[in-house]
Design a protein around this ligand. Structure first.
Ligand code: NAP
Length: 290
């Protein structure tokens, strides 16, 4: 029934702020590439407006939406179904308006991160060795759930506020350990993968406070940030000869899952798409966000 009311493929991004988002460029590029009539629109929504905005998606003819800060957790009570990974992460970044108008939620951030690491470092395997996450916010939880599902056996978390790292270890089980923030520089020697999941190093913010002197040779250094494309943390790791992965691949890969859910086509990350997204870094203020 609903299909008759939404021949035009509307989707969007609910968050605040959303004006800086690269997602419209990404999804509109794919819509044009696949000849699908539609548009992806930024939807600035306040906390007070969130229930009405979600309730209105079906009536407005939306196929679904992405969700970003600060609503990734707050959307959960408004959804009829949440997939197990999103439930474990306790955050949703993709909402699908089902044919009967009900809403389903999932989270593609962690899967997007994993795929971006494999794109940049095809030799990486879950069994390659310990992984250290710096930070224990929502993005860290999504990365942790994906790494554990992929089979990582030794996942360490270090966070400025120790309670959040300890909560992750308690919640996610014996493969996850919380390390003290003061010991973070000593924890780098035997890692296969080191991930900055904090916002430190984002344009306009101070660099991540982490000395890399003990970083193992060959450890992959990844950062979830993509504005700038190379944070001071990644620049230093690269200068030391370590392989690096920035946050752009994660952004692009997480978007593929939503596009597939809304339009039934799994889009590709092509050089043309990367050029279109990178052009936005030259034309708009260096602000982060989906
Ligand atoms: P969040 O839930 O607010 O978590 C922020 C994290 O940063 C916390 O661990 C926090 O530690 C830490 N932090 C903040 N200020 C700090 C400081 N001065 N020193 C040390 N640590 C500090 O945010 P989030 O949603 O997880 O997002 C984190 C980052 O990931 C952002 O840069 C975001 O843009 C990026 N991200 C990228 C993608 C992508 O597609 N590439 C997707 C999602 C997120 P405390 O607990 O101590 O405050």
């Amino acid at each position: 029934m609903l299909e008759r009311t939404r021949p035009f493929g509307l989707a969007g991004l609910i968050g605040l702020p959303v004006a800086q988002s690269r997602s419209p460029v990404i999804h509109d590029h794919w819509l044009a590439e696949h000849g699908i009539p539609g548009r992806y629109v930024p939807l600035p929504v306040t906390a007070e407006g969130l229930p009405a905005a979600l309730a209105g998606l079906a009536a407005l003819g939306f196929r679904g939406c992405n969700v970003t800060m600060p609503h990734k957790r707050a959307v959960i009570p408004h959804l009829a179904r949440i997939d197990p990974a999103a439930r474990r992460i306790d955050a949703v970044n993709t909402v699908v308006v089902e044919a009967d108008g009900t809403l389903s939620g999932s989270n593609s951030d962690g899967a997007g991160f994993l795929q971006s690491v494999l794109d940049a470092c095809p030799g990486w395997r879950a069994e390659a060795g310990p992984v250290l996450l710096v930070g224990a916010g929502g993005a860290a939880r999504s990365v942790a759930v994906a790494l554990l599902a992929a089979g990582v056996r030794d996942l360490r978390v270090v966070n400025r506020s120790p309670d959040k790292a300890e909560a992750m270890a308690a919640e996610f089980g014996p493969r996850v350990a919380a390390l003290p923030w003061a010991r973070r520089a000593d924890a780098l020697a035997d890692l296969a993968l080191l991930v900055n999941t904090t916002d430190r190093g984002m344009a306009g913010k101070p660099a991540l406070d982490l000395a890399l002197a003990r970083l193992g040779a060959g450890t992959i250094a990844a950062d979830l940030i993509y504005t700038p494309l190379e944070t001071p943390f990644l620049a230093e790791a690269r200068a030391r000869g370590n392989p690096t992965v920035n946050g752009l691949g994660m952004l692009l890969h997480q978007a593929r899952f939503g596009f597939h859910a809304w339009y039934g086509v799994m889009p590709a990350i092509t050089p043309g798409l990367i050029r279109a997204v990178e052009a936005t870094f030259r034309t708009s203020p260096a602000e982060a966000g989906r």
